[in-house]
Design a protein around this ligand. Structure first.
Ligand SMILES: Nc1nc2c(c(=O)[nH]1)N[C@H]1C(S)=C(S)[C@@H](COP(=O)(O)O)O[C@H]1N2
Ligand SMILES: [Mo]
Length: 254
């Protein structure tokens, strides 16, 4: 994308002024093209990011599905998880670590105190069904700000309590990855309430991801640990998620 002519003229003019006090004028042409390249880069990067922050459609409460289907794991067969469930998740902590300045260990009470959002949205499963539900949860962006993402962090990985397929190498554990950009989308939540009630076990208690611009399989249930990572090559079979490892698209935009 080339900036419009008048803009480019303005840019070289401004850069020329800035360089007026500089005695190594011979460097000006290289500096100018460098500035123009940076300008073009930020322009297109910004448009991409803004485009990806468009909100998913939200619905009136009257549209909420009376029977929201549960899919995949509906009660993790995992002793640690079952112990937390039995005690109402009082000792449960969500870990946020990896490429962060300040790893976090958050109780449900901590999550409930974090900046939250409530939204009525439609959940689309790749299998061909949709349900509308109301979700309340902590916005992921402010939590990542608190943890302080390091520059190298490009993705967030979500590790879940359930193993969907028993494999010898552990690639059957449910996990997901999303980009840092999508993590900062205003509707991206760590949801702890569904339809005004504590998130039920079949829908991912105590906390599940809501990522409203993508398909259902991206929205990890039973999230135990979040890690900021630079690449997902080393996770599972390297495709970025349990279902991605079995052929689904990594970017499941809708
Ligand atoms: N941990 C975990 N998360 C998961 C799944 C799962 O089996 N385990 N299934 C995914 C799929 S395919 C869908 S459609 C949704 C289903 O969410 P629901 O049970 O609340 O309808 O969760 C997604 N997240
Ligand atoms: Mo799904």
């Amino acid at each position: 994308m080339t900036p419009p002519l008048n803009r480019r003229a303005w840019l070289s003019g401004a850069a020329g002024l800035a360089l007026a006090g500089c005695d190594r004028v011979t460097q000006a042409p290289a500096t100018l093209s460098g500035l123009a390249a940076v300008e073009r880069f930020t322009e297109s990067a910004q448009r991409r990011v803004v485009g990806r922050h468009i909100l998913a459609r939200e619905y009136p409460e009257s549209a909420i599905s009376p029977d929201f289907r549960a899919n995949g794991t509906t009660n993790p067969d995992n002793p640690d998880y079952q112990a937390h469930l039995a005690s109402g998740f009082v000792d449960w902590r969500l870990e946020i670590g990896g490429l962060v300045e300040q790893p976090l260990s958050l109780s449900l009470a901590d999550l409930r105190l974090a900046p939250s959002r409530t939204q009525v949205t439609r959940h689309d499963c790749v299998e061909g069904w949709s349900c509308i539900g109301k979700w309340k949860g902590a916005r992921l962006g402010p939590l990542l700000d608190r943890a302080g993402l390091k520059r190298e962090a490009r993705y967030l990985a979500f590790f879940c309590a359930d193993t969907l397929e028993l494999t010898f190498d552990g690639t059957g554990d449910y996990y997901e990855t999303i980009s840092v950009v999508d993590a900062y989308h205003p509707q991206t939540l760590l949801a702890y309430e569904m339809n005004d009630r504590t998130l039920p076990v079949e829908h991912g208690a105590p906390v599940r991801l809501r990522l409203e611009r993508q398909l259902g399989y991206k929205m990890a249930k039973y999230v135990m640990r979040i890690e900021a990572i630079e690449s997902f090559d080393h996770l599972g079979r390297g495709k970025g998620g349990y279902w991605e490892d079995r052929g689904y698209q990594w970017y499941a935009g809708i």
